[in-house]
Design a protein around this ligand. Structure first.
Ligand code: B12
Ligand code: SF4
Length: 466
């Protein structure tokens, strides 16, 4: 069959993100004997025109629409992408079988299917089930019953099957260099799954709670090809956590050092699993920035959010990064169950003490079905048990959020390195676009942090070191 893959994601904030999910699916589709074309709407001037042209030129039997984001998860400046997906589907649905997939679809399958009018969709990873679904479409066989497959007008899907391993993305159809120049990096996934149980988090829902690592040699081959074939000089690892399990992270860093790739890179790091030895290997392998999922500086809040680490471990990982010369952003999440003035003050005090390059702050936590926070929100009446969450609802509810937002905006406004996307503190879409036009590499908070220094406020020294 002729398959058209469409990446529906047009978001460029904080940067355009290469459609890695479809790149992982390209090879399984080809191996199953189908021909595939790609339409990436990220850089399309007119999405509707681009879709129409791709349908005319390719006359596909099946259109696969990858939906990465439901919305920008940013209170109070929430932006939904559902209308854009609906438009794409409506242009395709009379001309081909339309299949939805991607993280956004996996989080809200029934409501997104109903809202867009697509024929069917796949919850979870597509590598194993998609070829089977295509086979059934080709044979005109019923689609129901395949793991993770939802059909319009049908019920909830059979549980998705999580594959035992992670494949290799194929980037042949994709414009890697445009994402490098306009997005500042190539993205690479070295593992899937997270065993931790933070109360609000969808990652274990999306990828399962068992970590599946790709062989280090295979990841290094992918990196080598990115460098040699596409001129990539900066990589963002998009694993849920780069530094866990530590042994796998060490092995990958050692393999990268041996290959002498000449790359710089950044990654998400769990403050609880970073020691001097691993950080040293990371730096020698090219790491120049890490994003710490700190969430809070309050021991009470860390416990209530289900975090697996302590404030002391946040201090230690932060100090190690500073000593190693690795730029550091702490992500803070205000508004979890039990957040109050005192716990906010504890987070502010910890960030003042650690003085990282950037503190990226979100106010309010988006509620997703299947998380512990959802159960809490139902119990407290923030959402009703059957409430559709396609449109975002943020914990702890609007009235509490407004109060919290005022406090956080006041604190952030006094600190040049605090970035609050939802409240436009020390960032804005315009500033991000301007920085991307300068073809900056890596996460933009590194540059925003430097701008704070250029404006005459040097980075304060840490107040205390344990
Ligand atoms: C890494 C990451 C980032 C990095 C990306 C860095 C980079 N250069 O890539 C950064 C920090 C920049 C980022 C930013 C954002 N992110 Co983000 N990000 C992730 C993360 C952790 C991994 C994404 C990834 O690359 N996965 C690897 C690929 C291979 O997986 P995949 O795309 O899901 O594809 C698989 C399946 O979904 C399926 N599939 C995919 N497409 C299709 C299509 C069909 C037809 C089928 C059948 C199957 C299928 O098969 C694929 C292979 O198995 C996810 C959480 C997660 N664990 O998934 C959040 C996530 C995708 N992000 C999310 C969001 C919201 C955002 C932002 C909007 C946040 C913000 N306000 O800044 C921005 C948007 C950026 C943009 N331009 O789109 C949400 C999306 C859900 C939602 N509520 O909308 C997620 C799920 C996190 C969450 N909150 O739960 N993100
Ligand atoms: S926040 Fe991080 S550590 Fe916690 S469950 Fe999600 S991915 Fe895992």
């Amino acid at each position: 069959m002729k398959v058209l893959m469409i990446s529906a994601n047009r978001e460029r904030d904080p940067s355009p993100v290469f459609p890695l999910g479809l790149a992982f699916l390209a090879e399984p589709i080809e191996k199953a004997g189908h021909t595939s074309r790609l339409l990436d709407l990220c850089f399309a001037r007119d999405a509707a025109e681009a879709v129409g042209q791709a349908l005319d030129e390719g006359a596909p039997d099946v259109v696969l629409v990858s939906v990465r984001n439901l919305d920008n998860v940013t209170w109070p400046a929430s932006r939904s992408y559902v209308d854009g997906v609906r438009e794409v589907v409506s242009l395709c649905r009379d001309r081909a079988v339309v299949v939805l997939g991607g993280s956004a679809f996996s989080l809200e399958p029934l409501s997104l299917l109903a809202a867009t009018g697509a024929h069917c969709g796949v919850v979870g990873e597509g590598e194993e089930v998609l070829p089977r679904l295509l086979e059934r479409i080709e044979a005109g066989a019923p689609l129901e019953g395949l793991p993770g497959v939802v059909v319009a007008g049908g019920g909830a899907p059979a549980a998705p099957r999580i594959p035992s391993s992670v494949g290799t993305p194929s980037r042949d159809l994709f414009d890697v260099s445009r994402y490098l120049t306009e997005g500042g990096a190539a993205n690479v996934q070295t593992k899937r799954g997270c065993p931790f149980g933070c109360v609000y988090c969808t990652y274990p829902v999306l990828e399962g709670s068992r970590v599946r690592t790709r062989p280090a040699a295979e990841v290094v081959r992918e990196l080598r090809a990115l460098v040699d074939d596409h001129g990539v000089d900066y990589v963002e690892f998009c694993d849920d956590i780069f530094n866990f399990p530590e042994a796998a992270a060490r092995e990958l860093c050692e393999a990268m050092i041996a290959e002498d790739l000449g790359l710089s890179w950044s990654a998400f790091v769990n403050p609880g699993h970073l020691d001097a030895r691993l950080l040293d290997l990371m730096v020698r392998a090219g790491c120049d920035a890490v994003e710490l999922g700190t969430d809070s500086g309050s021991p009470t809040m860390l416990r209530k959010l289900g975090k697996s680490f302590t404030v002391e471990e946040v201090r230690l990982s932060s100090r190690l990064c500073r000593e190693a010369g690795v730029a550091t952003a702490h992500y803070l999440l205000f508004g979890g169950p039990g957040e109050n003035d005192e716990t906010v003050s504890e987070s502010v005090a910890l960030m003042d003490e650690l003085a990282p390059e950037a503190v990226i702050v979100m106010v309010g936590i988006r509620i997703y079905a299947g998380t512990d926070l959802h159960a809490t929100a139902v119990k407290e009446g923030v959402v009703t048990p059957d409430q559709c969450l396609l449109d975002p609802v943020f914990y702890p509810g609007e009235a509490n959020l407004r109060r919290l937002g005022e406090r956080v905006a006041a604190e952030a406004g006094r600190r040049r390195t605090w970035i609050v996307p939802g409240l436009d503190v020390n960032t804005s879409t315009g500033v991000l676009e301007m920085l991307r036009r300068r073809q900056e590499r890596g996460p933009l908070w590194k540059v925003l942090g430097q701008r704070a220094t250029w404006r005459g406020r040097t980075r304060p020294a840490p107040a205390a070191r344990p």
